[in-house]
Design a protein around this ligand. Sequence first.
Ligand SMILES: C[S@@+](CC[C@H](N)C(=O)[O-])C[C@H]1O[C@@H](n2cnc3c(N)ncnc32)[C@H](O)[C@@H]1O
Length: 241
Amino acid sequence: MTNGWDESASGWIADIGEEGDFGRKFVLDAPMMERLLDKGFRSALDVGCGEGRFCRMLGTKGIKAVGIDPTEALIRHARMQDPDGDYRIGRAEALEFPDASFDLVVSYLSLVDIPDIKTGIAEMVRVLKWGGALLIANLTSFNTAGQPEGWTKDPDGTPRFAIDHYMEERAEWVRWRGIRVQTWHRPLSSYMSVLLDLGLELRHFSEPMPNPSADPLRSELHRRVPYFLIMEWQKPAILPT
Ligand SMILES: C[S@@+](CC[C@H](N)C(=O)[O-])C[C@H]1O[C@@H](n2cnc3c(N)ncnc32)[C@H](O)[C@@H]1O
């Protein structure tokens, strides 16, 4: 069954543009790039790379990135934008790379789109070098628990965001600006237990807010409801005995 990404690819490309949508441009890009500083990463895999914008950003820092994504139209666009780049059709749940191939694995807002995170994250960790980093930006589980309605209005016009059925893992169809895709809500503990059970160590956790140049009305919504989190997990440097 389709998850909507093939049908939404052109809407997605238009919405992201070169600078990214609001969440990327004003909230996530800067703190995600900051996590790369002084780490000496040379190779990266971007899982669910979409049309490849973050791979191109990694390239500007001298990090050789491979992007994988199951949506053919997005991979086609990534190759067009960056003919020297390495973009491949693939799914998180079955990565084509040997064990311990990359210094860095990135999942930039793709975990909510991956149906089987237990297998998908295990694959990300398998292809990561010992001592390497798994860098994740994701929608918060509080936010996805408010889908598919998202923001609604009280009878007096006050914006309201209702969280419900938080503990129930589920896929929901979500629609915005010419995009209609199926995304997953999972309680935070579902993600955390998969990451912890794989023996990863949490090195960074943040809930980034829009930067001061963002539209104040949009920033106010982020103050009311948590949108994003960033986590950096390290695969231990030494094989566990
Ligand atoms: C919200 S987009 C994020 C794209 C990109 N990382 C970015 O930030 O612009 C989620 C992406 O996950 C991809 N995706 C869906 N199912 C996937 C899977 N099983 N494995 C890897 N990626 C998947 C979709 O095709 C889509 O490109």
